[in-house]
Ligand binder design. Structure first.
Ligand code: ZN
Length: 286
């Protein structure tokens, strides 16, 4: 059954702001208030803003502001050159999952990492990520926080993510958690990372029941930096309504999250201005 795509026009309550979009210019407490004041329904904070802070207090503030937490960013990179390093990385992710639960996050975003320094063993990196994911999964399930494997654009394959294809992420889900009625292991579909994939329609369809998060921004042409020159929705070449139609057609009913790394543009603007433009673009370009 093909679901109708939701109308986002005037529905900022269906949209979430990943705090990276605002450039970490202000403390999370202020960002929470600004995002809520702008009418958004959710927020996705980063560990750098949360760890070492009063997590319960931040969770309460988010709740009282009426915001959902569409995701908690992000996992410590998993692959390591030594067994001890691997154990440390798994332990760090276990602690981060506890914070994700305290915040009421619907998922923990897994940016998985890739080659340890000096290594050329990509298959080994992938094996480590799968092992760690399988180990973290029961903890995540117990906490009620989904693990969201986020495949990144292949340009990041060396340093940030040995997981680059949505199809590969789904293969891992099925391998690690086969035939789950309500899967605790899922995927984060980020427009920036998957828009170019010729098998996107097929694989988003296959992701039914596993889509834990949906991230949007745009791919600028030309782009000056594949890490920190993401575009505001509508400013680039990604068919965002087309992608959202696929994602929602596959049953995703969660928040649509804007995640824009933009060192030279949006991060330099007052956060209220960026929130204003994001709200308009959700209405017209997503
Ligand atoms: Zn993302």
């Amino acid at each position: 059954m093909a679901a109708e795509m939701r109308a986002l026009s005037g529905r900022a309550d269906l949209c979430s702001i990943n705090t990276a979009t605002l450039g970490f210019q202000r403390p999370l407490g202020e960002v929470i208030d600004a995002v809520a004041r702008a009418g958004f329904g959710g927020i996705a904070p980063w560990r750098r803003e949360v760890e070492g802070q009063d997590v319960a207090g931040l969770a309460r503030q988010i709740r009282e502001a009426g915001l959902k937490v569409s995701g908690y960013c992000r996992s410590t990179y998993i692959p390591a050159a030594s067994k001890a390093g691997f154990r440390d990385n798994v332990a760090a992710n276990r602690r981060a999952l506890d914070d994700a639960a305290r915040l009421g996050a619907s998922c923990f975003v897994m940016v998985v990492g890739s080659l340890p320094q000096g290594s050329k063993d990509l298959a080994g990196a992938r094996a480590q990520v799968k092992e760690a994911t399988a180990e973290l999964l029961p903890h995540a399930r117990q906490l009620g926080v989904r693990l969201a494997l986020e495949p990144l654009h292949p340009v990041y394959a060396a340093e940030r993510s040995c997981l680059t294809l949505l199809s590969e992420a789904l293969d891992w889900c099925e391998e690690i958690e086969p035939a789950a009625a309500s899967p605790a292991l899922g995927v984060a579909i980020d427009a920036y990372h998957v828009w170019w994939d010729p098998n996107l329609a097929r694989d988003v369809g296959r992701a039914r029941g596993r889509i834990a998060a949906f991230h949007v921004c745009d791919w600028l042409v030309p782009t000056s930096d594949v890490l920190n020159d993401r575009g505001m929705m509508g400013d680039g070449v990604i068919d965002l309504p087309g992608l959202r139609k696929l994602v929602e057609g596959a049953g995703y009913a969660g928040l649509v999250e804007a995640e824009i790394f933009s060192a030279q543009n949006w991060w330099k603007r007052p956060i209220e201005d960026t929130l204003d433009v994001a709200r308009q673009r959700f209405s017209t370009c997503v």
